[in-house]
Design a protein around this ligand. Structure first.
Ligand code: FES
Length: 571
């Protein structure tokens, strides 16, 4: 029997409320048949001029609408909170859960049968998907696409990746302010999100690997006409998905999450992938654990030669064949029989993928690196875990013992890192506290702090840095992140003192603070928590409810879902 459309509860009634629901919408000129049995498709738009990476999504919504209308649906676009990575302070991560709540409630409260998520910049994908999962309607994602390759001094320039080198370029390579200005303009030369394998690109690959986009969507540049084609076809497809009742929970099964972990390893994806995938799994009811990212992902070889792990950029990835090639190459590892939004299995979708440049996408027989993925470290310094991305780290630092140089806060780091008499050398381990979910608050992307000026001048390129914060997916280095529990809630990180010896052994997955148990317990007993950073408003709600990084930093009361039913009517 055909399932009744959810929107019928609003538009299908011939009573007073049916009149009200239809009448006011008619002010936009919709004909009567739009309200009589057409699937209503919500186009959830993260467009904003304050989110430069998503500034083109208004146009995309119009294209999606075309597809919805062609397939017999009724498209209604609505805005949700948009999180612009490069502009919002103190950190977009502080607002990811807020944006997810906005999306969840907007979907549930309105007469929608199916959802198209228009996403782009880093947090706009996980936030909207988390919200959509908690409602669980048929949903398709249209990733907005990367910018064209940056160009500067005749070479390709990766967005994000260059800004981490500005200090070094000015100090060591004598770049002038004019050079930097030229780079500033040349790096962002079209609509779209960062074109390195940063978090936005990793999120686009994640949703494609989860089966939530039409095949091949992730890598298409934002300004390529094929992106619009993908948007239009997605508009058509969501109408069919509603008829098939192909909702998120049918696609987001455990195997789909494992596929996404493997694909993220093969593309050298962002460390932020972990925190977002954990949160998404928590919403849809899949029990995913931090250690599984290591167990599942670390056996996977690195196949994609993209910055920051490699050489190329997303435009090159698209021309080389895009994510379908990676999925095909991983055939022997993946769960190929997992349904995707087009109604076909993920393996079936990608069997015909062809690689056009093996320097960009390596084959499974000749990978760029064996055993990629993200390593999860354990030890007394991170009892609930911490992570490192080996493909972006320096081999010679993967096993290291060195004295800690401790910074209590980001402000403390900025005030002292370039002091000429700071006791620090290339063997030191930089420890940054109070940048976790509760401590900052909002767990900013600061874990890859710049090295001290005096060491950069000496030619030092990398040092071990440890923090409870995150790192931009566009950054690289031997950087240990997401230390859990964080320092602000009394994790061992809070107890580290200058000169303590820290031992890292990535192969053994070990991160150890080399002090006696007796001394550790003494410091624990003496520790007092920092003053709470907020006493009211959303930030207070955030620090009261945010979970630690190893749980995805979602709110404790947002895990799971409430479904699509609205128990009380509008009267
Ligand atoms: Fe938006 Fe990088 S700043 S994707």
């Amino acid at each position: 029997m055909k399932k009744k459309l959810r929107s019928t509860d609003w538009f299908g009634k011939d009573d007073k409320m049916g009149f009200v629901h239809r009448s006011w919408l008619r002010n936009q000129g919709y004909p009567d048949d739009y309200f009589r049995g057409r699937p209503v498709i919500g186009i959830c738009n993260t467009w904003s001029e304050l989110t430069p990476c998503n500034a083109h999504l208004r146009d995309f919504a119009e294209v999606v609408k075309k597809g919805v209308l062609e397939a017999g649906g009724f498209p209604l676009e609505f805005p949700v909170s948009s999180l612009g990575e490069t502009i919002m302070r103190p950190s977009t991560m502080l607002f990811r859960n807020l944006a997810s709540m906005d999306t969840e409630e907007a979907i549930r409260a309105n007469p929608l049968d199916g959802i198209v998520l228009l996403t782009g910049c880093d947090k706009t994908t996980p936030s909207t998907l988390m919200g959509a999962c908690s409602v669980d309607l048929p949903t398709i994602v249209v990733p907005g696409g990367p910018m064209l390759n940056g160009r500067f001094k005749g070479e390709c320039l990766g967005s994000g990746s260059f800004n981490w080198m500005v200090k070094e370029k000015m100090l060591v390579e004598n770049y002038t302010p004019e050079d930097i200005l030229e780079a500033e303009i040349g790096v962002a030369r079209s609509a779209g999100h960062c074109m390195t394998m940063g978090t936005a690109s990793s999120m686009a690959c994640m949703v494609e690997a989860l089966g939530l986009t039409l095949p091949g969507a992730a890598a298409i540049p934002a300004v390529d006409s094929r992106k619009k084609l993908m948007a239009q076809l997605s508009g058509r497809r969501i109408v069919e998905m509603v008829k098939e009742d192909l909702k998120l929970s049918r696609i987001l099964v455990r195997e789909a999450f494992e596929n996404a972990i493997m694909v993220n390893a093969a593309v050298g994806g962002s460390t932020n992938f972990i925190i977002h995938l954990l949160a998404i799994a928590g919403r849809i009811g899949v029990n995913l654990k931090l250690d599984e990212f290591d167990h599942i992902g670390s056996k996977i070889p690195l196949l994609l030669n993209l910055k920051p792990s490699g050489k190329y950029l997303m435009e090159d990835f698209f021309y080389a064949g895009g994510l379908p090639v990676i999925i095909k190459e991983l055939h022997q590892y993946l769960y190929n029989e997992v349904i995707t939004v087009n109604g076909k299995m993920i393996g079936e979708n990608n069997t015909k993928a062809a690689c056009y440049n093996t320097d960009v996408i390596a084959s499974i027989d000749k990978p760029l690196q064996e055993n990629a993925g993200i390593a999860v470290l354990r030890g007394n310094l991170c009892e609930e875990g911490s992570i490192i991305k080996p493909s972006a780290a320096s081999k010679e630092l993967m096993k290291h013992r060195g004295p800690a140089v401790v910074f209590e806060t980001m402000e403390d780091y900025h005030a002292r890192i370039d002091e000429p008499d700071l006791h620090i050398d290339e063997n030191s381990v930089i420890v940054l506290k109070n940048v976790g979910p509760v401590g900052y608050p909002g767990m900013p992307e600061v874990g890859n702090v710049d090295l001290p000026e005096k060491l950069l001048r000496k030619g030092v390129k990398d040092m071990i840095r440890i923090s409870d914060g995150r790192m931009s997916g566009t950054a690289a280095g031997t950087v240990i992140l997401h230390v859990s529990p964080e320092s602000a809630v009394g994790g061992t990180l809070a107890l580290v003192k200058n000169g303590d010896i820290i031992e890292l052994d990535v192969e053994k997955r070990k991160l150890h603070l080399d002090i006696s148990e007796e001394e550790l317990q003494k410091r624990k007993a003496e520790w007092t928590p920092p003053e709470p950073v907020a006493s009211r408003g959303y930030v207070k709600i955030y620090i009261d409810h945010v979970q630690q990084a190893h749980l995805g930093a979602d709110f404790d009361n947002l895990r799971g879902g409430s479904g699509a039913d609205v128990t009380r009517d509008l009267h």
